[in-house]
Design a binder for this molecule. Structure first.
Ligand SMILES: [Zn+2]
Length: 349
């Protein structure tokens, strides 16, 4: 849906006019950008997670362009403050990054420093300590290892030939669907490690290689441009948990981060953040847990009305598959918000 909206918006903007027309109508007061990885040298440029990776040069160009459009870059505290005060100080943007990838520190931060642009990094203590493997990276690594896989899924045993690109794509799709749809969130890690063991693969190695550890999180948290937010403890899909377990993930991630960095996070990001993972119940729980804001991965710009929905804030994904300024301009006009949400201006959960 977002892809189709992007293509359409791209065409409309290219043919001229809609962007300029739409801006005062639906452009909104600001936007929250969502990043994951920022690196010049991704390990698997063609892998299933390539949408999660942008180049530092693109981040640099995007921030520069948005500044020329009149956007000021603010922290999540300031973004919430501006929504609350109904400030008329022009459009603002907050940059966020999920999961705590190490390249946020080594490759994104220098770009952000050169623009004095703040960032909020949402951290899941389980991922940071290495107790939980980022399954999407581990699965990518497992299939990329190229060994044949024979796994028992819901409709019986399936065999994948991971020596071919098609086999790897098939394997990633089936295994990720099984893991996120058929297996209980609490059992995901065990199932993943079981598959990896069968293929002689260490499922915890991608997490160690790609994500910041606590020493690094402490270091980056001390940077004046950086805010650390919470992203649950185990990176669970909250909608698949009981209410009690879901709110415990919110409380515990905050206290665990506070114990490590000496400061309790005030902002929260729902893992996955899509309609299957975060809804009305989750946004009420995030409010109840005392977070000042919570972000989803729904596609949308911020409107003044979001002051009533601070725990259901949409974002604009800066997607590695579409690293071009024209697409981002289209998103910032708010045109793609309408296209991706069936004409709805105010995107919440
Ligand atoms: Zn995440």
């Amino acid at each position: 849906m977002i892809d189709a909206a992007r293509k359409l918006a791209f065409k409309m903007i290219s043919y001229g006019g809609l962007g300029a027309l739409a801006k005062p109508l639906v452009g909104g007061v600001g936007a929250i950008l969502m990043l994951h990885r920022v690196t010049e040298s991704p390990e698997a440029a063609e892998g299933p997670n390539r949408g999660l990776v942008i180049a530092p040069q693109f981040l640099d160009a995007l921030i520069g362009e948005m500044k020329r459009m009149g956007c000021s870059f603010v922290s999540m505290d300031e973004a919430v403050g501006r929504l609350r005060s109904g400030s008329n100080r022009g459009q603002f943007a907050a940059i966020t990054a999920d999961d705590g990838y190490r390249d946020n520190m080594t490759e994104a931060l220098p770009v952000l420093e050169s623009h004095s642009a703040p960032i909020t990094i949402y951290v899941a203590p389980g991922l940071t300590s290495g107790d939980v493997a980022p399954w999407w990276e581990a699965l990518d690594g497992l299939v990329a290892a190229g060994r044949p896989l024979a796994v028992k899924l819901s409709d019986g045993e399936m065999r994948f030939d991971c020596s071919t690109a098609k086999g790897r794509t098939d394997a990633f799709r089936h295994l990720s669907n099984h893991l996120t749809g058929q297996v209980r969130e609490e059992d995901q890690a065990a199932v993943l490690h079981g598959w990896a063991a069968m293929a002689g693969y260490d499922a915890s190695s991608p997490g160690r290689a790609l994500l910041m550890n606590w020493d690094e999180i402490r270091r980056i948290a001390a940077h004046p441009l950086v805010t650390i937010g919470a992203h649950t403890v185990h990176h669970y899909n909250l909608k698949r948990l009981s209410k009690e377990a879901a709110i415990q993930e919110m409380y515990r991630s905050r206290s665990m981060i506070e114990a490590e960095i000496g400061k309790a996070p005030q902002h929260f990001a729902y893992p996955y953040g899509n309609p299957a993972a975060a809804g009305q119940r989750e946004s009420e729980l995030a409010r109840e847990a005392g977070y000042r804001s919570a972000v989803t991965t729904r596609h949308g710009v911020l409107l003044p009305e979001h002051v009533q929905h601070l725990h259901a804030l949409p974002r604009l994904s800066v997607n590695g598959r579409h690293q071009d300024i024209v697409t981002m301009r289209a998103m910032l006009t708010g045109a793609t918000t309408l296209l991706a949400n069936r004409g709805k201006r105010l995107v919440t959960v």
